[in-house]
Design a protein around this ligand. Sequence first.
Ligand code: SAM
Length: 279
Amino acid sequence: MTDGSSLPPLRDVINTYGLRAEKSLGQNFLLDLNLTGRIARCAGSLEGETVLEIGPGPGGLTRAILAAGAKQLIAIEKDTRCLPALQDVSDAFDGRLTVINGDALELDEAELLGGQPAHIIANLPYNVATPLLIKWLNKRHLFKSMTLMFQKEVGDRITAAPRTKAYGRLSILSQWLCHTSRQFDISPKAFTPPPKVVSTVVTLVPRTEPAFPADQAILEKVVATAFGQRRKMLRASLKSLGGPTEDLLVEAGIKPTSRAEELSIEDFCTLARVYAKAQ
Ligand code: SAM
C-alpha cells in the first residue's frame, strides 16, 4: 500500500509513540481526517506540487497533503519525539515525504526549495505563527500559496478591512503583498488537547507586485507610527515622523483629522510615497 490507507488511526500513533502534547511547542493536534483534508484542499489542486509543512506533529495534516497528490512534501518538525511517527507516514506514501528536524524560524526556505516554487500548508504553533508569517511575506516569491491556521484573532487581523477593530499593521502588510482569504473557523473541540480559542484557516496568495507602489520599509514605518496611537487623529499620531505632518497628509489627499483605521491600503501607500519624497 502506498496511499496511506495502511496507517493506523492518529490516536493510536499518539499512544504508540507517547506524543503527549507539549504546551511550550504549541502542540494542539488535529485528529479529524475530514478536517485535515478540508485544510489541504484550500491550497487548490496539489497534484504534482511541492509543499512545505511546518510542524507536522503526529502527521494528520501531513497525510491529507500527501493523499491530495503532492509530488513532494517537506515537513519541518522541532519535536524529535514525532520523527518515528513521521517516518511511518513517509514509508506509507512512497517516500514523497521528507522530514527535517529543525526550527522553522531558522529555516532557509530558499536553500531548502532550491528554486522549486512551493505551497506552504500548516497548522502553526500559535506562539510563533505571526513571526513565521512575516518571515514568509518577505520571501513570498518562493511560494505559490500559504494556507495557514492561526488563532481566530490573528486570522481576523490578517484579513481585516479598514474601519474595523482588527484592521492594523498585519492587515496592511499581508494584503499589500498577498491576496488573502479567510477559509473557515475550527472549534477548540476539534483539537487534542483543545486550545483556549477558536482557530481560523487563512489562505494567502502572493501578488506578483505589491497592490500599490511604495517602499516597504517606509510604508511599514508610516503604518506602525499611525497605528501606534490608533485612537488619535493622524495629524497628532504622525507627529513623530517629523516635518510638517498636516502638509504631508493634505498632499496625500488624506484628511488630517482621520484616524489610522479609516485609511485604505492605497491611502497608506500614497502617504508613504509623499513621505519618502519629503525626506
Ligand atoms: N500539524 C499537526 C496537526 O495539525 O495535528 C500539529 C500541529 S501543532 C499546532 C504545531 C506543531 O509544530 C507541533 O508538532 C510542534 O512540535 C511543532 N513546532 C512548534 N514549534 C516549532 C518550530 N519552531 N519549528 C518547527 N516546528 C515547530
